[in-house]
Design a protein around this ligand. Structure first.
Ligand SMILES: [Zn+2]
Length: 324
């Protein structure tokens, strides 16, 4: 009996190992499908880490030290970003800026804190980072990428700002600017005057169906986008999507305005959620990143305009199930 039991256990272990092996092969295949992030130079000392499948970062490398805007989704992603930096400089990592509270922009903080960086964020960003950290960790698809969610730590800012803050590093000025809530309370713009470039926080996503579940007001978001246009730059470095031009920014403002008016007009005509979705196919934006999230995004706008509540902050048991 003992021998039979032992053999059964052995068979179980072997099958389990096979399943694990099959899983890890599938994970590696899935990871290989996503294009790797690219570390692109966009100005003197200024780089844009463009990750089509994840979130973007900006990096300023100077002889005095390095400044990083956004630390990616997981410490493993942050290590890859750090490796790109270390290929180019041994200078210390002096500053990290978290442009927004979404986990995919700060959950790599621990790697840069270990390197000695001082972390800065808007006061509202820190408040929501704390409030939503567990949710952000729980809802990211780490397992699909073969990553361990237990490795993610909440590493909070060392310095908070409210309106403007100017840093000087290696002879370059870097300005942190808050113009109000765009997609998010606390959306921080980071201006690099020497490179005529602006990291746009959550305010502007290029050619992307940016999720409106977080915004307190679409009118407010569009006002912030218009105010951002007065900062005269050649390149916008968005949190998602490729490097953008002024024309791309105008296209996004138009997109957001059309989404807003499409949903608002349907509500004013007494349309149900389902009728509003049918009336707003927005096929002209089917080539933008995240078009598959159209129904979720329009539903969030419908709820915002009818209840006044940003859907991301509504407790799950009170939220309307979002159409897939
Ligand atoms: Zn993001």
């Amino acid at each position: 009996m003992i021998a039979t039991g032992f053999r059964l256990v052995r068979v179980g272990v072997t099958l389990g190992s096979l399943l694990l092996l099959t899983n890890s092969i599938a994970l590696r295949a899935a990871a290989q499908e996503a294009p790797a992030a690219r570390f692109l130079q966009v100005g003197p000392g200024l780089y844009f880490n463009y990750d089509f499948a994840g979130s973007n970062s900006a990096v300023l490398i100077t002889e005095e030290g390095v400044l990083v805007v956004d630390t990616r989704t997981h410490p493993a992603d942050a290590e890859l970003l750090l490796a790109e930096i270390r290929e180019r400089t041994d200078a210390p990592i002096r500053w990290v800026i978290n442009s927004q509270f979404h986990g995919d922009h700060h959950m790599g903080n621990s790697v840069f804190a270990r390197e000695g960086a001082t972390i800065i964020a808007h006061r509202d960003t820190q408040a929501i980072m704390i409030e939503r950290f567990e949710f952000e960790v729980a809802t990211r698809p780490f397992e699909q990428r073969g990553l361990n969610r237990e490795e993610v730590e909440l590493v909070l800012p060392d310095i908070l700002f409210d309106h403007r803050l100017t840093l000087n590093l290696g002879g370059y000025a870097v300005e942190l600017i808050y113009l109000g809530a765009g997609q998010n309370e606390g959306d921080t713009l980071v201006y690099f005057p020497h490179a005529r470039a602006l990291h746009t926080g959550g305010v502007f996503h290029n050619r992307s169906w940016a999720n409106p579940s977080y915004t307190p007001s679409v009118d407010g978001w569009i006002s912030v986008l218009r105010a951002m246009k007065t900062i005269d730059v050649d390149s916008y470095l968005p949190p998602h999507g490729p490097i953008a031009t002024k024309q791309d920014l105008d296209n996004f403002i138009e997109f957001l305005g059309l989404l807003h008016s499409g949903v608002r007009d349907a509500i004013n005509q007494g349309a149900s959620l389902e009728e509003m979705l049918l009336a707003n196919p927005f096929t002209q934006y089917s080539g933008w990143r995240g078009y598959e999230r159209r129904e979720r995004n329009l539903t969030a706008l419908y709820e915002l305009l009818t209840t006044g509540e940003a859907q991301y902050f509504v407790p799950a048991n009170q939220a309307r199930p979002i159409a897939q």
